[in-house]
Design a protein around this ligand. Structure first.
Ligand code: SAM
Length: 197
C-alpha cells in the first residue's frame, strides 16, 4: 500500500523498527492528522509519564484513542502503561479499519469494566469530540486523575477542550503544558478532596 505523503510510510516503517524517536519526527511533518491530531515531542511524553508517577497512577485509559499512536509512543518512550479505548468495534475489526498501533479495547468488553473502575488508573481524552460521552465516562470513573489534550483558541475545536468550562467542578487543574507552540495543550486535572464535616 502506498501513501500520498512519504512521512506516512516513514511513521509505519519506524514503528515497525520500534524507533519511537523517528516516529515522532515523521509524525511532526505530516500535513494531515492521519494518525494523530497533536504533534507531541519526547518532553511532552515525559511530562505525562512524570506526572503519572507523581500522582501514583498505574495505567492511563485513553478514551477515543483512534489508531493509538500517542498511546504507543507513551508506552515505548516513557514506560507508562496505557490501554486504548475505542467505540466502534465493528469498524476497528473490519478490513476497512485504519492501521492500529496498539490493541484496542471496547466499552462492551470486560477489560474496559475492569480498568475503568480502578481508582489508580487515569482517564485521558485526546482530541475527544463528544461532551455527553465524556461526562458519562467521568461519572463511572472513581479515580482522581484526568488528562485532556486538545487545542485552545487556535481555530480547532474539541469536546472537551483542555480548559473546558463544562468539566465538573470537582476537577481542579493540577499541571499544564503547551505542545511546543502549536496551540495544543496537555492539561492534567486532579479530583478535589471532599470536605467531610
Ligand atoms: C478526533 S478523534 C481523536 C483520535 C486520537 N485520540 C487523536 O488525538 O488523534 C476522536 C476519537 O474518539 C472516538 N470516540 C468518539 N466517541 C467515543 C466514545 N463514546 N467512546 C470511545 N471513543 C469514542 C472516535 O471514534 C475517534 O476515534
Amino acid at each position: 500500500m502506498s501513501f500520498l505523503d512519504p512521512a506516512h510510510e516513514q511513521v509505519i516503517e519506524s514503528f515497525m523498527k520500534g524507533d519511537w524517536e523517528a516516529v515522532i519526527e515523521a509524525q511532526a511533518v505530516l500535513n494531515e492528522p492521519y494518525f494523530l491530531w497533536p504533534k507531541p515531542n519526547k518532553n511532552d511524553l515525559y511530562f505525562i509519564s512524570d506526572s503519572m508517577k507523581r500522582l501514583n497512577i498505574e495505567r492511563i485509559l485513553s478514551i477515543g484513542c483512534g489508531c493509538g499512536l500517542l498511546e504507543w509512543l507513551l508506552m515505548v518512550a516513557s514506560g507508562v502503561k496505557v490501554t486504548g479505548i475505542e467505540i466502534d468495534k465493528n469498524y476497528w475489526k473490519s478490513k476497512y479499519a485504519r492501521k492500529s498501533f496498539i490493541d484496542l479495547v471496547f466499552p462492551q468488553e470486560e477489560a474496559f469494566s475492569e480498568n475503568i473502575c480502578k481508582d489508580n488508573n487515569a482517564l485521558m481524552f485526546c482530541y475527544f469530540n463528544d461532551m455527553d460521552a465524556f461526562l458519562e465516562y467521568l461519572n463511572i470513573y472513581p479515580g482522581h486523575c484526568l488528562i485532556i489534550i486538545g487545542p485552545e483558541n487556535c481555530g480547532r475545536h474539541t469536546a472537551p477542550s483542555p480548559y473546558d468550562e463544562n468539566i465538573p467542578n470537582e476537577w481542579q487543574l493540577w499541571k499544564m503544558r503547551e505542545i511546543a507552540t502549536t496551540g495544543d495543550y496537555i492539561c492534567i486535572y486532579t479530583k478535589r478532596k471532599l470536605n467531610i464535616l
